[in-house]
Write a protein that binds this ligand. Sequence first.
Ligand SMILES: Cc1cc2nc3c(=O)[nH]c(=O)nc-3n(C[C@H](O)[C@H](O)[C@H](O)COP(=O)(O)OP(=O)(O)OC[C@H]3O[C@@H](n4cnc5c(N)ncnc54)[C@H](O)[C@@H]3O)c2cc1C
Length: 387
Amino acid sequence: MSDICVIGGGASGMAAAIAAARSGASVVIAEGNPRVGKKLLTTGNGRCNLTHISPSAEAYRGAAELISDVLGELGATGAFTFFKSIGVLLHSDGDGRVYPYSNSANTVLDALRRELERLGVGVVCGFRVKSVTGRDGDFAVRSAEGKSINAKKVIFAAGGIAAPSSGSDGSGFAMLEALGVKHTEPRPALTGLKCGGTSRFKGVRAKARVTLLRGGAELSSASGEVQFGDAGLSGICVFDISRYARKGDAVNVDLLPDYTPELAAQVFAELDGGRGLPAAELLCGVFNRRLAESAAAKAQGSGFGELALSAKSLRFTVEGVMPFANAQVTAGGVPASEVGRDLQSVRVPGVYIAGELLDVDGVCGGYNLHWAWCSGIRAGREAAAAL
Ligand SMILES: Cc1cc2nc3c(=O)[nH]c(=O)nc-3n(C[C@H](O)[C@H](O)[C@H](O)COP(=O)(O)OP(=O)(O)OC[C@H]3O[C@@H](n4cnc5c(N)ncnc54)[C@H](O)[C@@H]3O)c2cc1C
């Protein structure tokens, strides 16, 4: 019998296994895919944006107290120390996003696998866990084919439902539920928004500030590049507001986020230079032609002030969020009330939960992987300490 079985060899599972093995436990990872870390290789467009230089709790949605506590596991510079300890040098871009110096997710995965091997962690791939039975000190982790791993403690690190083709198909939630662990409804997050009226701008990318509105009240706002598609809006800033969106909300796209309406009107007047250009022609010098024509047509009058207001208020109605297949993370999951500070289930002693299975999701920028490392290390260390 092993001391600890980790279900899932993704980011949080590998971190949990390393932390537990470093604490002296015998550890085995059960991974459904033929290899560990499939999703990790796709992160950051293959560059792996694995943390942020200031990973504060405000970047996350979920129970603030638990999040702050678990983030303390690595602290502000702890990710640099952890990755250094497995031989990976990191660097950050101008926005605080941190990547491996190689800019390759392969570097990170190779180093994690080398460390697992060095520590003698058993990695059983192609083992899709179907059920977990037993009790603290004596669990049986079974695959669909009837194979079994016995362990004293179990760490669930099977991910949420985002990008299910990477292996995180929601089976972690089902297994936890069968054990009696409660969870809230998982929802796609960091994903695009389905909106009517975007197809006429298909293929256009524009710098903007997007604001999610419900009944006129502002719910969330973010700046960046908006991508207009056939079925809706995407781009990192849209992903960041998507976790709060639901059908019927409005999205305001401000095409001049750096300008007040007054300043924008002044700039338009200067660009016109007294020539009396038609509005659409004037705006074509500032925006993509299709956006310019739309903003000009929508302006309630021909003055520069009206044009400025129109360019700052392109409106779309949310018809829904893009599905899990398009999402980067899962919102919802096992709430803080179901686990202790040690990330052990309050209902099932000996069961620990890490990563995206927990009801914590962060904005884009390395925060979600940072949560995976921190929660994995916490669960692994605590499970080993409780042996
Ligand atoms: C395209 C994309 C890009 C992203 N880019 C970034 C980024 O740049 N920065 C960032 O911070 N975050 C990024 N994320 C989010 C980040 O990858 C996840 O938040 C993180 O991987 C979650 O870690 P996890 O260990 O909880 O789950 P996962 O990484 O999903 O790992 C779960 C593992 O469990 C295995 N598993 C599931 N069920 C079973 C079972 N029943 N039996 C056995 N094994 C099982 C899966 O096969 C998988 O290997 C991105 C996500 C996507 C989809």
